[in-house]
Design a binder for this molecule. Structure first.
Ligand code: ADP
Ligand code: MG
Length: 282
């Protein structure tokens, strides 16, 4: 199979968009599966109380299972909650259970409430070395800009924004970018939008092409060449506890996610050209 280049150091990506249903979870699990299929070690952190990423990866996350809630709220070490994805070697998952729905409120009164996920991830990464090193940490976020998402922004260096190729696609994006700027200014100077992925692209509609070219115009360096087609196979896979890469690996959806993952792996995690350009303008 394909072998993707290993990054010089662990890359941590937060998949975010405060809109629901744009493909955050689908992108998280399929990019993670594709990177692992490419020979890399990947840790998915399910940071959404709905636990959809855990479900899609076939991970047990019924109430009572050790989960990211225990890590963020009770200081349980990450390694104590991580499970291996049975179908995909190299893919680890820190699952979410319904407990996490209370975390948003519980975090409010906690000390260093924005840094809890970052500290847990860094403690985990600090303990391992060599060939077992995690190459990618990918964090799936809920559709809001609350404390769980803020924790993910503080923990990551890169943001991956999935954008659904439909009407209103860009609505809300400036709010998201403003929030990322705030986090960058106050909590995490390294944070930047490294990657934008066009999802649910229907090549038969003019609208999809219009949205795609508008996004590419605004974010020429960040937007991946690969876009993800609207595909029934992609939407069916989670109900079998699978990613589309194992569910139907020859499908257009599987190939698109493999291409997108390959592009991500080939890019350095340095600031993108258009960010450098805007820095020069200032
Ligand atoms: P989010 O995590 O942003 O809420 P999801 O990844 O859960 O979004 O996707 C929303 C819905 O759209 C899900 O039912 C998912 O299966 C479906 N979906 C996502 N990507 C595609 C695609 N490329 N083609 C068809 N359906 C998709
Ligand atoms: Mg989701």
């Amino acid at each position: 199979g394909v072998t993707f280049p290993r990054p010089a150091e662990t890359r941590i990506l937060t998949v975010a968009n405060q809109k629901g249903g744009v493909g955050k979870t689908t992108t998280t699990v399929n990019i993670a599966a594709a990177l692992a299929t490419g020979g890399l070690n990947v840790l998915v952190i399910d940071n959404d109380p709905q636990g959809n990423a855990s479900t899609a990866l076939g991970i047990d996350h019924h109430a009572g299972v050790a989960s990211i809630y225990d890590v963020v709220i009770d200081d349980v070490p990450m390694e104590d909650v991580i499970q291996e994805c049975k179908d995909i070697p190299g893919l680890l998952v820190a699952p979410a259970t319904i407990d996490l729905s209370g975390a948003e409120i519980e975090l409010v009164s906690m000390v260093a409430r924005e840094n809890r996920l970052r500290n847990a991830i860094q403690a985990y990464l600090g303990r391992e070395s060599g060939d077992d090193r995690v190459d990618y940490v990918i964090i799936d976020c809920p559709p809001s800009l609350g404390l769980l998402t803020i924790n993910a922004f503080v923990a990551a260096r890169e943001v991956l924004i999935p954008i659904q190729c439909e009407y209103y696609a860009l609505e809300g994006l400036s709010q998201l970018l403003k929030n990322i700027e705030l986090i960058r200014g106050h909590l995490n100077p390294d944070l930047h939008v490294s990657t934008i992925l066009l999802t649910m692209f229907d090549k038969r509609t003019n609208l999809a092409h219009e949205v795609a070219s508008e996004v590419r115009e605004h974010f020429p360096a960040e937007t991946l060449e690969a876009s993800i087609p609207r595909s029934v196979r992609i939407s069916e896979a989670p109900s079998y506890g699978q990613t589309v890469l194992t569910y139907d690996r020859g499908s257009s959806g599987a190939l698109a996610y493999l291409e997108a993952a390959q592009e991500i792996a080939q890019r350095a995690s340095t600031p993108t050209n258009s960010q450098m350009a805007s820095a020069v303008e200032k």
